[in-house]
Design a protein around this ligand. Sequence first.
Ligand SMILES: *[C@@H]1O[C@H](CO)[C@@H](O)[C@H](O)[C@H]1NC(C)=O
Length: 207
Amino acid sequence: MLHILFFLSLLFYASNGAVQDFCVADLTAPEGPAGYSCKKPAKVTVDDFVFSLGTVGNTSNIIKAAVTPAFATQFPGVNGLGISMARLDLAPDGVVPMHTHPGATEVLIVAQGTICTGFISSANSVYLATLKQGDIMVYPRGLLHFQINSGKTPALAFVSFSSANPGLQILDFALFANNLPSALVEKTTFLDDAQVKKLKAVLGGSG
Ligand SMILES: *[C@@H]1O[C@H](CO)[C@@H](O)[C@H](O)[C@H]1NC(C)=O
C-alpha cells in the first residue's frame, strides 16, 4: 500500500512539477525572504534577457572608478539563474576599494588597460597580480579583494558572479561611512582617533 502511494505521489510530481525555465524578477511585486517574485511568463519578453553594459561609468568621484551592476535588480532576467555581471571603469589611479561579495565567486576579465588586483584568503595569504587586456582572475566567494588601475590610461573590466545577487560590502565604507561611534571604530581597528575622524570626514561617516 505504501509503495503504491509513493508511486502515485511520484506520478503526481512528474505531471505537476513542470520545470520552470526562468523566473524573471517582478520588481513591482513585494520581495519575499527568497527574493523576487517571478513575472508572469506571458508578460516576459526578450528585453528581460538583454541588458547593456556599453555605457562608460562616471569616474569623477573620490575613488576615480565606477561599478555598473547588472544584478537581478538592474537586470531582472538573471533572477534565479545564479549568475550576473558588472562593468568596472577605472580612470588612471582609480581604485575599487577593498570589498567582498558575501554571496558569490567572481571572475574578472580585463577589456582595456592594466589592473593591479588581488584577494586575501581567510588564512590572510595574499594573492596579487597585475592583469592586462584579455587576462582573467577569479576571486573566491566572500574574500576581500580590490582593483587598482596601475596604468596611465583608463581601464575597463567586466566581471561575472556566481549569483544574481552577489551583494557588495566595501570595507572602508563599513568602517568609516556610517554612524558606528568613533570610539568603537578605534577600539576594534586599533586606528587612532585622528585617522578615524579623517576617514569619516572623507567618506561621510559620523559619530
Ligand atoms: C559625473 O559625476 C560628477 C560628480 O557627481 C558630475 O558632476 C558630472 O556631471 C558627471 N558627468 C557625467 C557625464 O554624467
